[in-house]
Design a protein around this ligand. Structure first.
Ligand code: IPE
Ligand code: IPE
Ligand code: MG
Length: 248
């Protein structure tokens, strides 16, 4: 019996976010170059997107490249950018077939022109798809996003379009690159690292966290189901007591 059969459809997260980590170590273990790990990570992305779409999850956000990742060796950064262009190009027909809509968050202006063009092309091609929304976090970091939001809010105040007492959670969220995307209920990180690495700091305030030792290229649909089942067995209290939740 697959873990899939045990999943309760009504208790799925609406938004699942994943820190896809461990490509480099996966390659190193095999005596290969880090980029081979990234190449093999693409298969795990395909499996995960397909798995999430089949289950009927609404949003899947994948941390693909962080602001800090620009500091990696130049050949690795270039390799990752080429891989991105290739994957977007090759996978667009599958996204269309599976009714998946592509979006992106992060400092997209800092991406190479070719990546931005391919990305924007697929974002518009898939814009009216109504199934899963796949959000790629590219050149993303939460501190960048939060500072950027503060700058934009300050600009609106300076122009007299907004007053400081109008600032609320909702106003703040509308200035993040995740505007319009609900907060993730579940965040998965692979590779055994138990940290957040500057990902969605505001948005994961009440997310359930799931860490697995598996390196990203070894992540499969079955592992996705396992994480979802683990999530379904948790009690999300949001500051209340267990009794309060069970009385209602
Ligand atoms: C995740 O794998 C992919 C990116 C961060 C782009 P890593 O490249 O971080 O792999 P490890 O953590 O070094 O094994
Ligand atoms: C986080 O992984 C970024 C992505 C998965 C894109 P890193 O490998 O860059 O994070 P650290 O350096 O281990 O914290
Ligand atoms: Mg890593």
């Amino acid at each position: 019996m697959s873990f899939k059969d045990k999943i309760i459809k009504e208790k799925l997260p609406n938004h699942l976010a994943i820190i896809m980590d461990g490509n480099g170590r996966w390659a190193k273990m095999r005596g290969e170059h880090r980029i081979i790990g990234h190449q093999n990570g693409v298969e795990a992305v395909k499996q995960t997107v397909e798995g999430a779409a089949e289950l009927g999850i609404s949003y899947l956000t994948l941390y693909a490249f962080s602001t800090e990742n620009w500091n990696r060796p130049k050949d690795e950064v270039m390799g990752l950018m080429s891989l991105l262009v290739e994957a977007i190009e090759n996978e667009t027909p599958t996204l269309m077939k599976n009714n998946v809509r592509l979006q992106a968050i992060g400092d997209l202006g800092s991406l190479p022109e070719e990546v931005r063009a391919k990305l924007n092309g697929t974002i518009s091609t898939t814009a009216s798809n109504s199934g899963l929304t796949l959000v790629l976090a590219l050149s993303y970091s939460s501190r960048w996003e939060i500072v950027n939001a503060v700058k934009n809010i300050a600009g609106e105040i300076a122009k007299g379009e907004l007053s400081p007492d109008q600032i609320s959670n909702a106003v703040f969220e509308n200035h993040l690159t995740t505007k319009g995307i609900p907060d993730p209920e579940l965040l998965i990180r692979t590779s055994g690292e138990n940290r957040i690495s500057n990902f969605l700091l505001w948005q994961i305030a009440y997310s359930e966290l799931y860490f697995t030792e598996l390196f990203w290229p070894d992540f499969t649909k079955e592992e996705l189901y396992k994480a979802l089942l683990n999530y379904q067995n948790r009690e999300r209290r949001f500051g209340k007591t267990s009794e309060q939740l069970n009385d209602n």
